[in-house]
Structures are given as C-alpha cells and as structure tokens.
Ligand binder design. Sequence first.
Ligand SMILES: [Ca+2]
Ligand SMILES: [Ca+2]
Length: 181
Amino acid sequence: MKKQQRVFLWAGLALAMPFGSANANLLVNGNLEMPALADRSWQVIGAIPGWTTSFGPGIEIQNQVAGTSFDGVQHVELDSNANSGMKQTVATVPGIPYLLSFAYSPRPGRPATDNGIEVYFNGVLVKSVTADGTGLPDTKWTKYSVAVTPATNNSVVEFRAVGTSTSFGGYVDDIILEARR
Ligand SMILES: [Ca+2]
Ligand SMILES: [Ca+2]
C-alpha cells in the first residue's frame, strides 16, 4: 500500500513538473547569490555558477559593499576592474516567446556616462540602459523586461558594461528568462 502511494506521488510530480516549470526562471543563478561571498566584500571572478566572462577582466560580485542589492545580498557590477561582460547559455524552444527581465541600478555617486549597460540575446542588442547615480545615497533599482523569441535550441543571454571604463558602473540583479506561455 505504501509503495503504491509512492508510485502515485511520483507519477503526480512527473505530470506536474512540465507545467510548473513553464514560467520558472530558466537561468542558473539569475539572482547572483552564488558564490556566496563574505558579508561586505567583493570579488572579480572569471566564472560563477551559470555565468562566464564574455569579455574584459571578469565578473564582479558585490556583497553589501557599495549599495543594497535588489534581491538577496549580492548583485553584479558589470564594469568590474574595467568594462566587462557576462553570459549564460540556456536551452530554449525556437519560435516560442520568452520574457527576459532584470533589475538595474546606477552605481551611487557615478554619472550616467559611467553606468551604461547593454543586454544581448543571441548576439543581438535588445536593451541599453544607463542612469545617473550622482547624489544617490544608495542603489536605485528599476526592473526592465524585453520580449525575445529564440531561433535556436540554445540561446545566449549576455550583459555588457559600456561607457567609460573606470571599474565603477551599472549594477544588475534578479535576471530572469521565462517562457511566456
Ligand atoms: Ca541578488
Ligand atoms: Ca564605468
């Protein structure tokens, strides 16, 4: 009897999962909480769970050192030791609409010319953002969403720092790619 109940439970999970995952975040570590750094520290790292460096010196993870994260205690500053980029390859279904969303903040104290970021989907520029951080006592997050439709079974999501390369620049957090149906 118990064994039979377990079989039903697993069958139920197997049925539920494809529907349950339809609107789930397809990206690994979109919240940028991994690797978990020590409180009030930062590191420039070549690769973190889910993401690799696409150009420049590496991915700068910040943990509560220069502004509050949008979610959790960590985010990425894309201008790390210099303008840099990070990318993740994700399985997608061609022809299906997806929504790519993320939170952006200028680095407090830096001008818009220093805070630019670009978002690419499969090598195509889909969003450019910058904002003026001068006079801000803390981060000022804004959520952005972009509709994308993959043409291939694997898609590349990439974030790049643009503007003046100073080691200070725009922040990203809470990056989500989800199917829209
Ligand atoms: Ca986060
Ligand atoms: Ca910069």
